[in-house]
Ligand binder design. Structure first.
Ligand code: DGL
Length: 271
């Protein structure tokens, strides 16, 4: 496998772009191929069976396109599908759960986790944190309103603040010192979250640690890219034009023309 082959990343929609942003920051010579399964977003209310089927399909598309490694840029998929896919994937594949847990226990004792319903139901973060430090107290909270809000382009302002406030309400009296942003969509409303919780709560974006680990894995496999001008691709199963516009607002000129990729059972559930 040539080291200048792209890294593959995927998510249900815009969320994984927060991981792409981190790849661009930490590994600027790497090309990437991103798939957003926007025809079937959100993933957070899906069953484990559906999530595994969707993940297998998207991972297959990435592998066929020749990626050298994969980042599951979705906590829901990392929590529910990656434990199965890990054994099936012929190239290195990593997710976000352990990375988030590791970053959180660095100094954290009372750790909140906000994530989708499927991620919270899986208890993946709770297990990962307890494996690292049994003394930590974990406060998992599902925030089902946030992904539809972020996918609709609402990232700041009074309406976004009200929805985020309502989502965080169960955590306001928990005396948290740390909060894991346990869904890759949430870093796009990081400022709103931070304004509500205040400066005493450290916000952990698992992408930072996950991409650091990715760099180590690529180096260990002699797969680090050395190209001056990396080539990026973005594909979505839904409408490429809307996705391009939103991605461009979030990441700027680095966003390439967005391609359409068909998937099976493309019916979305109601946002
Ligand atoms: N961004 C994803 C995650 O990290 C999926 C959110 C969703 O589609 O519900 O969990």
């Amino acid at each position: 496998m040539p080291s200048n082959a792209p890294i593959g990343l995927y998510d249900s929609g815009l969320g994984g772009l927060s991981v792409v942003r981190e790849v661009l920051r930490q590994l600027p010579h790497e090309s990437h191929t991103y798939i957003g399964d926007t025809a079937r977003v959100p993933y957070g209310g899906r069953s484990p069976e559906e999530l595994l089927a969707f993940n297998r399909e998207i991972l297959d598309l990435l592998l066929q396109s020749g990626v050298k490694a994969v980042v599951v840029a979705c906590n829901t998929s990392s929590a529910v599908a990656l434990p199965v896919l890990d054994a099936e994937c012929p190239v290195p594949i990593i997710g976000l759960i352990e990375a988030g847990a590791r970053a959180a226990v660095e100094g954290g004792q009372r750790i909140g986790v906000i994530a989708t319903e499927a991620t919270i139901r899986s208890r993946a973060h709770v297990r990962a944190i307890e494996d690292l430090d049994v003394a930590c107290q974990v406060f998992p909270t599902a925030c089902p309103q946030l992904v539809p809000m972020i996918e609709s382009g609402l990232w700041e302002g009074p309406k976004a603040e009200a929805i985020v406030f309502e989502s965080l309400a169960p955590l306001l009296d928990a005396k948290l010192d740390t909060l894991i942003l346990g869904c890759t969509h949430y870093p796009f409303v990081r400022q709103v979250i931070s304004d509500i919780l205040g400066p005493s709560v450290r916000l952990v974006d698992p992408a930072e640690e996950a991409v650091r680990v990715l760099g180590d894995i690529l180096a260990a496999h002699d797969l680090l890219a050395d190209q001056a001008i990396p080539r990026h691709r973005m594909l979505v199963s839904g409408d490429p034009i809307t996705f391009y516009q939103q991605a461009h607002l979030l990441l700027g000129d680095v966003v390439p023309a967005v391609e359409h990729v068909p998937v099976a059972n493309a019916l979305p559930i109601a946002l």
